[in-house]
Ligand binder design. Structure first.
Ligand code: SF4
Ligand code: SF4
Length: 68
């Protein structure tokens, strides 16, 4: 299971689009990791603010940096 830093998460929803089993539930006020998360780690580097941690691929993929 991955961890969401609720204070850092800006609820942009980018991570929800890359989750293979659709295990990220985004609402207007929170992002919840659902029990069927496989801890694959694919979502972690897609978070622009670094609010996701854990998962198997975290150390093998560089974070994506947004161009301002
Ligand atoms: S670790 Fe994998 S399964 Fe879990 S929320 Fe992220 S992308 Fe989805
Ligand atoms: S990508 Fe990061 S900031 Fe955006 S909803 Fe997911 S955890 Fe929150």
């Amino acid at each position: 299971m991955i961890h969401v830093d609720a204070d850092a998460c800006c609820l942009c929803g980018l991570c929800t689009g890359v989750c293979p089993p659709d295990a990220l539930d985004l609402t207007l006020t929170s992002l919840e990791v659902l029990p069927h998360c496989t801890s694959c780690g694919l979502c972690v580097p897609y978070c622009p603010v670094g609010a996701l941690s854990g998962g198997r691929l975290q150390e093998r993929r560089a974070p994506i940096r947004l161009v301002r």
